[in-house]
Design a protein around this ligand. Structure first.
Ligand SMILES: NC(=O)c1ccc[n+]([C@@H]2O[C@H](COP(=O)([O-])OP(=O)(O)OC[C@H]3O[C@@H](n4cnc5c(N)ncnc54)[C@H](O)[C@@H]3O)[C@@H](O)[C@H]2O)c1
Length: 261
């Protein structure tokens, strides 16, 4: 499927080395966009772990820790001058720290918010200043369905994603007057390294689909774990002209796991 208005656009995708971020990089490049794929992964720039897209020459890799404000400001300036004026930002970089509240370390709490929430402020601020001067742009943030439902051992993650989703809406409200749209997507369990790290054995995926009554955890009514491309497809829609009248919205992509609440 071809989406109008993406060919020739410059997109920044954070967390682009693997999982959902890598799928979004591929999807954008396949639509004819030039993509600056950003990740803190050490080997990402020197020795890419996998081909990010068929059209490799339109993928530019940048190593950056998005929790470091100065690095982010420098990165965005560099992309603007070396790759081109940024039309699209997709915030994907995120981390998950598991632990019961009475045991979770202060470091894990702060690290979770630094990556999943505060980094959105840094990068959105840096990019929106350029977008405002051009009166054009679109921003999509990858949140999580954990923002909508309490989950055992995921307090920091869920709270940081709830904040991220609301930040995206506030950003959309402030930037609408500048012709900049801001939306988010909230995936449920998606087959990536982050998800598989939580699976204890080969039945890990099936257990997620079934749910867990002891932990008050719903299963997945559509009875499948999402593929990263399921998330990338929704992002393509939100960054394309097909969604030109949609802003401050969130699309849940979780096979019904949060029962639409
Ligand atoms: N996989 C799931 O089940 C799932 C469900 C809901 C939401 N999400 C969200 O989707 C996004 C992508 O998740 P994923 O499953 O692909 O995760 P992943 O761990 O497989 O990939 C995340 C990528 O982000 C990068 N990253 C992490 N911290 C960074 C930082 N400070 N600076 C730059 N890059 C950084 C990592 O190096 C990695 O390449 C995350 O925001 C995650 O919270 C994932």
């Amino acid at each position: 499927m071809t989406y109008e208005g993406l060919a020739g656009k410059v997109a920044v995708v954070t967390g682009g080395a693997q999982g959902i971020g890598a799928a979004i990089v591929r999807a954008l490049v396949n639509q004819g966009a030039t993509v600056a794929a950003v990740d803190c992964n050490e080997t990402f720039v020197e020795k890419p772990p996998q081909s990010l897209a068929e059209n490799e020459e339109t993928v530019h890799r940048f190593k950056c820790d998005v929790t470091e404000k100065e690095s982010v400001d420098h990165l965005i300036q560099t992309i603007e001058t070396t790759v081109g004026p940024i039309d699209i930002l997709v915030n994907v970089a995120g981390i998950l720290k598991i632990g019961a509240i009475h045991e979770l370390s202060t470091e894990d709490w702060h690290a979770t918010f630094a990556t999943n929430t505060t980094a959105l402020f840094y990068i959105s601020q840096a990019i929106s200043r350029f977008m405002i001067t051009r009166q054009d742009g679109v921003i999509v943030t990858v949140g999580s369905n954990a923002a909508y439902i309490p989950r055992m051992n995921m307090s920091a993650y869920a709270a940081s994603k709830a904040a991220a989703t609301m930040f995206s809406k506030c950003l959309g409200l402030e930037l609408a007057q500048h012709n900049i749209r801001c939306n988010s997507v909230s995936p449920g369990s998606t087959d990536t390294p982050m998800q598989r790290n939580m699976w204890k054995d080969d039945n890990g995926g099936q257990r997620v689909i079934n749910g867990n009554e002891q932990e008050y955890r719903t299963g997945i009514p559509l009875k499948r774990i999402a593929e990263p491309t399921d998330i990338a497809d929704a992002v393509l829609f939100l960054v394309s002209e097909k969604s030109r009248h949609i802003t401050m919205h969130d699309i849940r992509i979780d096979g019904g796991a949060t029962l639409g609440v």
